[in-house]
Design a protein around this ligand. Structure first.
Ligand SMILES: NC(=O)c1ccc[n+]([C@@H]2O[C@H](COP(=O)([O-])OP(=O)(O)OC[C@H]3O[C@@H](n4cnc5c(N)ncnc54)[C@H](OP(=O)(O)O)[C@@H]3O)[C@@H](O)[C@H]2O)c1
Length: 272
């Protein structure tokens, strides 16, 4: 049976652009009560106006999730305002492009803080609330890059593997609690993500390769997942083939990647 979204209190991190923004608009049309979280307040306020005119109730929280106390504020302010939290969508993240060999430790710490630790802390804070309600749904936005390491994105991939790892464990730990845990694995998606990627030892900027889906397609996958909770969602279904092939023949996938990323691998420069 399909779950209703109307009236549900839903937190979306990274709502100021891309997948989070498209998801907020889609959920507003379903009349959810939305908590919009990101750093850029102007973008959030403009989204909140659209959300309101679609008949939904937004709470705007301009917060920097790199700071642990902001993650706490996100959960506490939502609970204070609405008295419950039905769905937590951990979506905010940034990418890093550079070799594993030369990625500086401060970059590793920062990307893990946002892509892994912020969702983890948010989950730890929201679980007791959802347990008390007897229901809830945690949705962690990972990536196909959280299933197979990609050259020159090794550290970003590691953050998404880490997110997947604790999400899978959590799914089993929460059996019988009424709380669902889902992982969304988008493939390349047309958003601001590429513009915001930080660069390490790569001499040039690159565009996404292969099929590029829209943020709205990913949002549609998230909405379906809220209505019919699933362990994992691949908004671009064909990307499952890579995951399957990597599980059975990782060396073959290495060879394919070496060819596919040949130009990019040439563009890395050793740090002197
Ligand atoms: N685009 C792709 O090709 C792709 C593919 C697979 C998976 N994904 C995943 O999809 C998710 C959404 O990415 P997107 O493609 O929609 O990228 P995006 O357009 O760059 O959105 C990223 C969001 O995260 C927010 N954010 C960044 N740093 C933050 C911080 N310190 N505190 C709070 N919010 C912060 C940004 O808002 P502010 O700048 O306003 O803070 C923005 O709203 C990410 O988890 C990403 O890893 C993306």
């Amino acid at each position: 049976m399909s779950r209703t979204i109307s009236g549900k209190v839903i937190i979306i991190t990274g709502a100021s652009s891309g997948i989070g923004h498209a998801t907020a608009l889609a959920l507003a049309r379903e009349r959810a009560k939305l908590v919009l979280v990101a750093r850029r307040e102007k973008q959030l306020r403009s989204l909140a106006e659209q959300v309101e005119s679609a008949g939904s109730t937004p709470l705007v929280l301009p917060l920097d999730l790199l700071q642990e106390d902001c993650v706490k504020k996100m959960i506490h302010y939502t609970q204070d305002q609405f008295g419950r939290i039905d769905v937590l969508i951990n979506n905010a993240a940034f990418g890093f492009y550079g070799s594993v060999e030369n990625t500086p430790a401060d970059v590793v710490r920062e990307i893990f803080d946002l892509n892994f630790e912020a969702p983890l802390i948010a989950c730890q804070l929201v679980i007791p609330i959802m347990r008390a309600q007897g229901s809830g749904h945690i949705i962690n936005v990972s990536s196909v890059a959280g299933k197979r390491g990609l050259p020159l994105s090794g550290i970003y991939c590691a953050t998404k593997f880490a997110l997947q790892g604790f999400s899978e464990a959590l799914r089993v730990e929460l059996q019988g609690s009424g709380i669902d845990v889902s992982i969304i694995n988008p493939a390349a998606t047309q958003t601001e993500f590429g513009d915001n990627i930080r660069y390490g030892d790569v001499r040039q900027r690159f565009k996404a390769m292969g099929h590029i889906q829209s943020a709205e397609e990913v949002a549609a996958g998230i909405i379906r997942c809220i209505k019919h909770p699933r362990a994992e969602v691949y908004p671009y279904r064909i990307s499952r083939i890579l995951v399957w092939l990597n599980a059975v023949a990782p060396s073959l996938v290495d060879k394919i990647m070496t060819r596919f990323f040949r130009e990019r691998l040439r563009a890395t420069s050793p740090i002197s």
